[in-house]
Design a protein around this ligand. Structure first.
Ligand code: DOR
Ligand code: ZN
Length: 345
């Protein structure tokens, strides 16, 4: 049984860092684990322009612990009105990707896309430039069951999008179903997916064990066990089309433990430990480095990291609660014992 695991330092290809006090509270956690992270643009107001993305990048850098070499990779929030020249400006300024939120699908998505055809000019520019499209893949119609929204999105939107833009590099973000894993596995070299640690570790029963457990509520919502098994199989398959994206999404405790609690699991503090636990559960620790450290940069066309990190099999207890500005935040699995621990360096 492996007792230590040495990996090229991983990157997080999907994280929410927020802004202001929350940013200051959470960015040290991501920076302690990862060399780089793709930062989601669903702020209030959303990051829809290059100028906003660059200003946000500076705020992230200013919030980093002294001496940190962590690099935020910036994204734009796609709207029905994003012009092609904004895509060119973003690309010229080092913005790595554009995020498609179907309007109303999740946190701060009301300014998102109402119909993909409205974004064709932007998508054409992205395809020509080789800029990535990151997709929150859920339909929003109220008549579609919440648990089916991802599978329906594939047939209704992703298949046509793939056909209309065959060279566009698409990341199907935080996939949660067997249908999504199967779709990505056969969709060709321009399609990949991120998978969160919580979707690898938990099925939808976690939401209701002993009562409603709001800290397990995220979007897309946790699914049945057969889906969790399919995700584990995809992540541990060694396929370079699946890679790490935590979707760590901080919300203050009082807004999670609420009559209509916010969606999002906070995993940044122990992300690699949680992924190690998931891979260990299927005896696939040897596949963790590809998933966490190689497949992401390869798909994004960025250099792999060279520095290493070490995970040790050693139990430790995650704090139950942490400060989040004047509020507090509960990490997922807070108060529980984890089997692996990242060694500080
Ligand atoms: O659970 C989620 N939280 N899913 C998302 O898509 C957004 C995120 C957030 O920003 O809180
Ligand atoms: Zn997200």
């Amino acid at each position: 049984m492996a007792e230590t695991l040495s990996l090229i330092r991983p990157d997080d290809w999907h994280v929410h860092l927020r802004d202001g006090d929350a940013l200051a509270a959470v960015v040290p956690h991501t920076a302690a684990q990862f060399a780089r992270a793709v930062v989601m643009p669903n702020l209030k107001p959303p990051v829809t322009t290059t100028a906003q993305a660059l200003a946000y990048k500076q705020r992230i850098q200013a919030a980093l612990p002294a001496g940190s070499l962590f690099q935020p990779l910036m994204t734009l929030y796609l709207t029905d009105h994003t012009p092609a020249d904004e895509i060119h400006r973003a690309h010229d300024s080092g913005v790595v990707a554009v995020k498609l939120y179907p309007a109303g699908a999740t946190t701060n998505s009301h300014a998102g896309v109402t119909a993909i055809k409205h974004t064709f000019k932007a998508l054409e520019a992205m395809q020509a430039l080789g800029m990535l499209l990151l997709v929150h893949g859920e339909v929003t119609s109220r008549d579609i069951d919440l648990f089916d929204r991802e599978a329906v999105f594939i047939d209704k939107h992703l298949v046509p999008l793939r056909r209309d833009f065959p060279q566009l590099n698409i990341v199907f973000e935080h996939i949660t179903t067997r249908e999504a894993a199967q779709y990505v596995a056969q969709a060709g070299a321009h399609t990949a997916a991120t998978i969160t640690a919580h979707h690898l570790l938990f099925n939808r029963n976690a939401l209701f064990l002993g009562g409603v457990r709001p800290h397990y509520y995220c979007l897309p919502v946790l699914k049945r066990e057969i889906h969790r098994q399919a995700l584990l199989q995809a992540a541990a398959s060694g396929s370079n089309r699946f890679f790490l994206g935590t979707d760590s999404a901080p919300h203050a405790t009082h807004l999670k433990e609420h009559a209509s609690g916010c969606a999002g699991c906070y995993t940044a503090l122990s992300a690699l430990e949680l992924y190690a636990q998931a891979f260990d559960s299927v005896n696939a620790l040897d596949k963790l480095e590809g998933f966490a450290s190689f497949h992401g940069p390869d798909f994004y066309g960025l250099p792999r990291n060279t520095e290493r990190v070490v995970l040790k099999r050693q139990s430790w207890t995650l704090p139950e609660s942490l400060p989040l500005g004047e509020a507090s935040i509960k990490p997922l699995c807070g108060g529980e014992t984890l089997a692996w621990q990242l060694q500080s360096n």
